[in-house]
Design a protein around this ligand. Structure first.
Ligand code: C2O
Ligand code: CU
Length: 486
């Protein structure tokens, strides 16, 4: 063989050595055109038994409210694809509305009410669903296309029925092509009032959402006036429906009454600190309108604020505090209602990032426990299990981690144990470099998403599921089902 030929051969071999593994990884990364999330990735039993999983007896479809009693409240919601007009008149093209506006109407019910929502898709081409973010509803009502239902196609209707059994602040949003539909407005606030609300307290939702880069509160830009008498006590229900965290602070003194629809035990006065509101999360604040005729300022990010006070009253500007309130030590301890030290299953949810292929595309992608989408863990639990998850993040970006159907209590962050009020959350801001230890009781059978609520990240593959043994589901993602939950 001539020297030329050997050189050529070597070059060919070298090329193959690069191309073949690339081709292999590309092939491995491709998602079948249609699949069940149950068959995605690999089963992770968290050190618990594997046995019973073979017998799947309950369909997601049957995990519903379990009563025929008439609804206490019926709400009709109609989703459309249309230009969103903000209160200022600013138009946002290619938006989505619910009953003609975005955010959609406030749904307000009382604890214990059976809520029935009739959802109509007037003309959203990709289909829609509604997910009740933060509400631990029965699995069949969770509103995830391809996991708990089929997307509601154009011209079709779907009914949701569930009991709002836990007072607090929530929101609803589409869970079909959510990285596009939620960002463009297919969402709204949902409040469950306590059985005996204090009549002296004014209840004010404040839903933060950016439309094509314009930050708003309840669809309004800048300072949003809220009429209230001097001395009025106000419960501000801040909701973050964006992809990234936002800081919330108050000009004067405030208290944090609830986090993710769970009351804080023994909240104390806060002054000169902000509180981080993670993407998808909710924070309820206790604020009092000053007695001197001025208004209270509740700042949600630097660009929007509620200005609560008498007609025409102004509130002095409130510079952003340097310090962030740490929910790990805020409030005072209270019983958890279960013992997290003896877990039946312990999982790791380690978020990283590496070069590879996802959905056939090369890139720098999120990993979970070292794996790339769709080869991600399916966390398997049995009803009644005490479950622990260690969520860590070394990916270089913040991830608002959201587990459907459950609230988990924070036990520790970076090895520092929680010392304040039990911090129950459904949307947890996990910064780069942080590790959270959380725990919950598996008390809501089904198949539940456990994903990043930066919906772009979810679409890029930061999505896993939690599955109860014995549960199966008939739905599919992709293909002719056209279900695309992310
Ligand atoms: Cu706000 Cu998977 O949801
Ligand atoms: Cu993320």
């Amino acid at each position: 063989m001539s020297r030329e030929r050997i050189r050529l051969l070597l070059a060919c071999l070298a090329t193959l050595a690069v191309v073949l593994p690339l081709g292999y990884f590309w092939q491995q990364s491709r998602v079948p055109s249609t699949y069940s999330v149950m068959s995605m990735g690999y089963l992770d039993y968290g050190g618990g038994p594997r046995g019973q999983h073979a017998v799947a007896t309950t369909s997601v479809r049957d995990l519903s409210v379990g009563t025929d009693r008439p609804a206490d409240q019926v709400v009709d919601l109609v989703a459309r694809r249309q230009t969103v007009t903000l209160a200022s008149g600013r138009k946002v093209e290619n938006g989505y509305t619910v009953n003609g506006t975005s955010p959609g109407p406030l749904i307000e019910v009382t604890e214990g009410d059976l809520l029935e929502v009739h959802l109509t898709n007037r003309d959203v081409p990709a289909g829609i669903t509604l997910h009740w973010h933060g509400m631990d509803v029965p699995n069949a009502e969770d509103g995830v296309a391809g996991v708990t239902q089929d997307a509601v196609r154009r011209g079709q209707e779907h009914t949701y029925r569930f009991v709002a059994d836990h007072a607090g602040t929530y929101w609803y949003h589409s869970h079909q092509v959510s990285h596009e539909q939620v960002v463009r407005g297919l969402l709204g606030p949902l409040v469950v009032l306590p059985n005996e609300p204090d009549p002296a307290v004014l209840d004010v939702p404040a839903l933060s959402h950016s439309y094509a880069g314009t930050p708003t509160l309840n669809g309004r830009e800048g300072d949003v006036p809220v009429p209230a008498e001097p001395g009025q006590r106000v419960r501000v229900r801040a909701i973050n429906s964006d992809n990234g965290p936002v800081r919330v602070w108050v000009g004067g003194t405030y208290r944090v009454l609830a986090v993710d629809a769970t009351d804080v035990h023994g909240p104390t006065d806060v002054r000169g600190w902000s509180v981080v509101l993670t993407a998808g999360g909710r924070i309820d604040l206790d604020v009092v309108v000053p007695n001197d005729g001025s208004a209270a300022r509740v700042q949600v990010g630097t660009a929007t604020a509620l200005v609560i006070g008498p007609d025409g009253a102004t509130a002095p500007s409130a510079p952003e505090p340097q310090r962030e309130l740490d929910l790990l030590s805020y409030g005072s301890p209270a019983p958890l209602g279960f013992d997290p030290t003896h877990a039946d299953r312990s999982f790791r949810y380690a978020i990283g990032r590496r070069v590879g292929f996802v959905r056939g595309k090369p890139g720098l992608w999120w990993t979970v426990d070292g794996h790339l989408f769709p080869d991600l863990p399916m966390f398997v639990v049995s009803e009644g299990d005490v479950v622990r998850i260690r969520i860590s993040n070394s990916s270089g970006d913040v991830h608002p981690m959201h587990l459907h159907g459950h609230h988990a209590v924070v036990l520790a962050r970076d090895g520092v144990r929680a010392t304040g009020s039990p911090w129950w959350s459904d949307s947890l801001n996990v910064k780069d470099g942080e590790t959270y230890e959380v725990a919950f009781v598996a008390d809501n059978p089904g198949i539940w998403m456990d994903h990043c609520h930066n919906l772009k990240h979810a679409q890029q593959g930061l999505v896993t599921h939690l599955m109860y043994t014995g549960v199966t589901e008939p739905y599919r993602v992709g293909g002719s089902s056209e279900n695309e939950p992310e």
